[in-house]
Design a protein around this ligand. Structure first.
Ligand code: PMT
Length: 408
């Protein structure tokens, strides 16, 4: 998918720099052209010679090299690429990017570029969580810089937590999702649920929630963009139907489940809907009247069917990949990990929906992708970018040979 694409890889100084060798190898395997800019500190971890050997191209380091500038000026270097990738991206280079510094070749190239930039952070967990780094990440995200990772895990400094650089294959997937013009999901079928459900109390009142459908609809659009045939089962929302998607409109959780089952066999199901957990045991058939002096009516509730769990446990009809969302207001990761196990889905996307986050109805989302492999912490992104990144990960998963096929 990356054949002929030109990647300018900026290698900064961190222990994770050892992973760039594998990253270059994977990119070259796909016939992408890789050219490296190595920072002064990066050169303490990897040698120009190893990068040159793997890229089969010159490695650029010196801002004031007479020969480099005559062969390839820094402006040209920044423009002569389809994508700039910073890996590993240290706290220092993120700060310099956010501050607009141009005090070495890497930062100058990053300031001069008009091309998309993907950043793979790698640093100590405390450096990543520091307010200064998080503020820089926010600034860069607002400017449209794309992030992949960092992941959770054990670090070289013997600490554990977010800060590990994404694995080379994950970085390649992010690069593909940014550069792809192909349709890796062509021929695949996807089911997406979106929006709230409404559970009738009586003919005029209902139980519901604040979901706007923005996130679920964006996921349906992103999957369709990658070529999937998408059925979107949506609760009542004000957002427009995504182009090129079959939309089934429902109100209640029972109707959502029926529509999902009627969609037939799919390769992937993404349950982004905020389904009401409970419905009225027996909705009133006439408007419940307010009687003067009488106590408010007691509403007898009963659980709704769990659509995500039903799809996850559908036996031979189970989609190859089932992705749930976990909307939490406390103990986000622990609750989401538990939910993934209880509901039996493959991946769960955890998001904090505390009112202060503005996730419900807002345009941005901060999510954490949890799978059997661990937790990926994504930075705050627009809901469209969350959708594209998730669709890219889904495409990578579905186009990978299954273990049985790989063994053949
Ligand atoms: O719509 P937006 O305003 O853009 O907001 C997006 C969002 C916050 C709604 C979305 O990102 C999100 O988090 N969706 C899941 C909301 C939710 O109901 O989470 P939950 O933790 O209660 O449910 C866990 C999972 O089970 C979800 O995948 C949900 O779709 C599913 N579920 C829940 C109950 C039920 N009866 N059936 C289900 O399928």
């Amino acid at each position: 998918m990356l054949k002929g694409k030109r990647i300018l890889l900026i290698v900064a100084g961190g222990i994770a720099a050892f992973k760039v060798h594998e990253l270059i190898r994977l990119l070259r395997k796909q016939d992408a052209a890789v050219r490296c800019v190595l920072t002064e500190t990066g050169a303490r971890f990897v040698t120009p010679l190893s990068l040159q050997a793997l890229t089969e191209d010159k490695v650029y380091s010196d801002m004031f090299s007479l020969t480099d500038e005559s062969e390839m000026g820094h402006i040209q270097l920044s423009r002569d690429a389809d994508l700039l990738v910073v890996a590993p991206a240290t706290a220092n280079i993120l700060a310099r990017m956010a501050g607009g510094l141009a005090d070495d070749l890497a930062s100058t190239v990053l300031l001069a570029t008009d091309k998309p930039v993907l950043v793979a952070p790698a640093m100590n967990v405390r450096m990543w969580s520091h307010a200064a780094t998080q503020a820089n990440v926010e600034i860069l995200t607002k400017r449209g810089i794309e992030f992949v990772g960092p992941n959770d895990g054990a670090m070289a400094c013997n600490e554990f937590g977010p800060g590990r650089m994404s694995e080379p294959a994950e970085i390649v997937a992010a690069i593909e999702s940014l550069l792809t013009v192909e349709r890796p999901l062509a021929g695949r079928r996807a089911l997406v649920t979106s929006g709230p459900t409404r559970e009738a109390i009586d003919p005029v009142r209902y139980i519901s929630n604040h979901s706007s459908g923005k996130q679920g609809h964006a996921i349906a659009a992103a999957l369709a963009q990658l070529g999937a045939e998408v059925t979107l089962v949506s609760g009542p929302v004000a957002v427009p139907d995504p182009a090129g998607v079959t939309v089934v409109k429902i109100e209640s959780a029972d109707q959502m489940l029926a529509a999902c089952l009627a969609a037939g066999a799919v390769d992937v199901a993404v349950c982004a809907a905020a389904v009401a957990d409970w419905k009225m045991a027996t909705p009133a058939t006439a408007k419940i009247k307010k009687k003067a002096g009488a106590a408010p009516p007691a509403l007898e509730l009963t659980p709704n069917p769990d659509i995500l769990a039903t799809l996850s446990k559908a036996g031979p009809k189970r989609p190859r990949l089932v992705v749930g969302f976990a909307a939490e207001t406390e103990n986000l990761i622990a609750n989401a990990v538990d939910k993934r196990t209880r509901k039996g889905c493959d991946w769960i996307v955890a998001n904090d929906v505390s009112p202060a986050t503005g996730t419900f109805g807002g345009d941005r989302n901060t999510v954490h992708l949890i799978s059997a492999e661990g937790v990926q912490h994504w930075p705050t992104l627009s809901k469209e970018r969350v959708a594209m990144q998730l669709a890219g990960a889904i495409a990578l998963h579905l186009t990978r040979p299954r273990p049985a096929e790989a063994a053949e």
